[in-house]
Design a protein around this ligand. Structure first.
Ligand SMILES: [Zn+2]
Length: 115
């Protein structure tokens, strides 16, 4: 499946709040590390590094980094292309001199009840 990435263009670095629970996960100050909430699966920069990976996705992002090193594939794009959930929200936050990517999931792991 194809997951689209929504892009937010900003003049300056901004705080980014989780679209699900509202927690501030990214501080406008680039020196403050990502403060994850349960919905943030992983975050990456356009330099090909992950700045945060949730425990469940550690192996997955390692594959993405291997693809990056072997084939020069953008690891976030790889990760997004190889994810299955329909409830994934991918945001790219871009400004002058920086671009960061965040993958949020709306699924908190209790979706089995709906099937
Ligand atoms: Zn959240």
């Amino acid at each position: 499946m194809t997951t689209s990435i929504s892009t937010l263009l900003t003049a300056n670095r901004v705080d980014l709040h989780c679209p699900v629970c509202g927690k501030r996960v990214v501080n406008a100050d680039p020196n403050v590390p990502v403060d994850p909430c349960p919905h943030l699966l992983f975050a990456a920069t356009d330099l090909g590094t992950f700045t945060f990976v949730s425990e469940a996705y550690q192996g997955f992002t390692e594959k993405a980094l291997n693809a990056h090193h072997e084939y020069d594939i953008d690891p976030f794009a790889y990760a997004v292309d190889h994810l299955e959930p329909d409830d994934l929200l991918c945001l790219s936050v871009a400004g002058i001199g920086f671009q960061n990517y965040y993958a949020f999931s709306f699924d908190l792991g209790d979706s089995d009840e709906e099937e």
